[in-house]
Design a protein around this ligand. Structure first.
Ligand SMILES: O=C(O)CCC(=O)C(=O)O
Ligand SMILES: [Fe+2]
Length: 303
């Protein structure tokens, strides 16, 4: 598979970044975040996974050696550990790092905020668990088509541990039809899995992959005996609409299986990182499985 293009050297140049995002549908920044900040989150989450019996009791928790108790997201046995992870302040604070908020704002051309549904992925080895099928985030996140996703490896992620791959140029395909699938999200976009423009890299902590909501992406199978730990966050302009959740707005990922923020944030030093700014406009959600979803026009001019 082709390598991702590294845009780290252009991170301050809004014009270059916007043009590249419009052309490729993604931007990759090697080492954008301090490794010690990402490493601290990694080690806190590894400790939770160890205490939840998801890890080999005889190995160093930081190695993330999977035990038989490690399960695919959403399944029975997932929510105990995931609730503990969602209660971890340092994990949520990662989403509002100045490097990430500034980058999103630079691309969007106005102040950006992070959606509070900060997602942690704990991908067990395949074939026991299915990797995230190829998809576009727009069907899941909705609201504004210009909402941006960042995907962050929390530990070393060589291709065999099943990091993310992106289909460069794919936003031009518009909103693609979907089929039911195994794996997180349970929907697979109808796109060419073997197209020559699929890209990935050997990820390191501190790296940031950013993409638009029409960019087709998915995880690769985890062919190791370790868990793949990563985070994914969403950013949008304050002036853009945000999709309303069924149970209220700005809820945690996997709520109500995961308790709401008043419970998760008990004992935190600050809750700024999980708040939606006042004045944001909300729109209703539509059924993510409907066949023909019109492709909205984007400020990145993909279409
Ligand atoms: O990490 C994964 O398996 C999926 C991540 C993803 O789909 C995303 O970041 O939007
Ligand atoms: Fe995604």
């Amino acid at each position: 598979m082709k390598e991702l293009t590294d845009s780290y050297g252009d991170v301050q140049d809004a014009g270059v970044l916007r043009d590249r995002l419009a052309a490729d549908g993604y931007l990759f920044f090697r080492g954008l975040l301090p490794t010690e900040v990402v490493g601290d989150v990694h080690d806190q989450l590894a400790r939770i996974l160890y205490d939840s019996d998801w890890l080999d009791p005889d190995a160093d928790p930081r190695e993330l050696m999977a035990s038989g108790r490690a399960v695919e997201e959403g399944s029975a046995g997932f929510f105990g550990a995931y609730t503990a992870i969602q209660s971890t302040e340092a994990f949520h604070r990662l989403a509002v790092r100045p490097e990430l908020l500034a980058l999103a704002g630079r691309l969007l051309g106005e102040e950006a905020f992070a959606h509070p549904a900060h997602i942690c992925r704990i991908a067990p080895p395949s074939p026991g668990a299915s990797p995230t099928p190829i998809h576009q985030d727009y069907r899941f996140i909705q609201g504004s088509v210009d909402t941006l996703t960042t995907w962050l490896p929390l530990g070393e992620a060589p291709p065999e541990i099943g990091g993310l791959r992106v289909f460069a140029g794919s936003p031009r395909l518009g909103v693609l039809p979907v089929k039911a699938s195994d794996g997180p999200g349970m929907m697979r976009a109808e796109a060419d899995e073997n197209h020559p423009e699929w890209r990935t890299t050997s990820y390191r902590p501190g790296d940031v992959l950013l993409f638009g909501s029409l960019t087709v992406h998915g995880a690769m199978p985890n062919r190791t005996n370790r868990l793949r730990l990563s985070a994914d966050f969403r950013y949008q302009a304050r002036s853009a609409p945000m999709a309303r959740d069924l149970l209220g707005t700005g809820k945690p990922h996997y709520h109500p299986d995961v308790p709401d923020f008043p419970t998760l944030t008990r004992g935190w030093t600050s809750t700024d990182c999980i708040e939606v700014p006042t004045g944001v406009r909300f729109v209703d959600r539509w059924d993510p499985r409907v066949d023909d979803v019109p492709t909205p026009s984007s400020r990145f001019a993909y279409v």
